[in-house]
Design a protein around this ligand. Structure first.
Ligand code: BTN
Length: 242
């Protein structure tokens, strides 16, 4: 990954830039778009993604996971989350976790997020744009639910060096996925899953419910035990209450 790397000092969104390259047939698998500043960075649930220019990791990788059936697209989320966590763990944040489906958390604060946008070709994925935003050297945030590597570790890091390593680690996880090591990925994903097997509060249909995460289904839905019953929730149906 990253053999074809495009650096844009400013852009609206690296995911959108990646989509434009795909539309023009100008991207090969692994092509990575990196920027110092996004003017319309996008997050999940239609949120925007804001990051102080030049201080953080903001990139998108183009993949062609045609081996992955659409119903298993969540497996890519697991592989990517683990790749980013490998980097965080390697940098010394041993307690970094993934908040389902793929937010990066450290000590109850968000370190980064992943936005994967897929194009589908009948039963399998054709292209995936894997957008990653990781707070590296930013020290001030609008809300106190966010943090950065520098805040957590107490020192600044070299963003370019981190990006190079991140792409290596992502590739390693992607190759595991491609070679069918799904059980291993799932096992490791659960090991680092935020609030796994803990009682916690969630919002479901506008109501606050208490439940315990028991796992994640093959299709990516979150398995929650609520009042001794097992229920499965898609991303749109449930939100954590932090
Ligand atoms: C989230 O936590 O909601 C996901 C955030 C994803 C942000 C990254 S930054 C690079 C890429 N380009 C975007 O517009 N979004 C993703």
């Amino acid at each position: 990954m990253g053999q074809q790397q495009i650096f844009l000092p400013v852009c609206e969104s690296t995911n959108s830039e990646a989509q434009q390259l795909l539309n023009k047939n100008e991207a090969t698998e692994g092509c990575t778009i990196v920027t110092a500043k996004q003017t319309r960075g996008r997050g999940q649930r239609g949120n925007s993604w804001e990051a102080e220019p030049g201080k953080n990791i903001t990139l998108s990788v183009i993949l062609s996971p045609s081996f992955l059936p659409v119903r298993y697209q969540f497996h890519l989320n697991m592989a990517v989350s683990l790749g980013v966590l490998d980097l965080l763990h390697e940098q010394g944040l041993k307690q970094a976790q993934v908040k389902w489906p793929n937010d990066l958390y450290f000590e109850d604060k968000k370190l980064g997020g992943i936005l994967i946008e897929n194009t589908i070709n009948s039963y399998s994925l054709q292209h995936s744009i894997v957008g990653i935003g990781l707070n590296v050297n930013q020290l001030v945030f609008k809300n106190n639910t966010a943090t950065s590597l520098a805040l957590a570790l107490g020192h600044n890091l070299d963003v370019d060096v981190l990006i190079k390593r991140l792409l290596e680690l992502l590739e390693k996880r992607y190759l595991e996925l491609r070679s069918g090591k799904v059980a291993k990925l799932k096992y490791e994903y659960l090991q680092v899953l935020f609030r796994y097997q803990e009682q916690h509060f969630f919002m479901v249909d506008g109501h606050k419910v208490q439940g315990q995460i028991l796992g994640v289904a093959e299709d990516g839905r979150l398995a929650l035990e609520i009042n001794k019953g097992l229920r499965y929730f898609s991303f749109k149906e449930i939100a954590y209450i932090i």
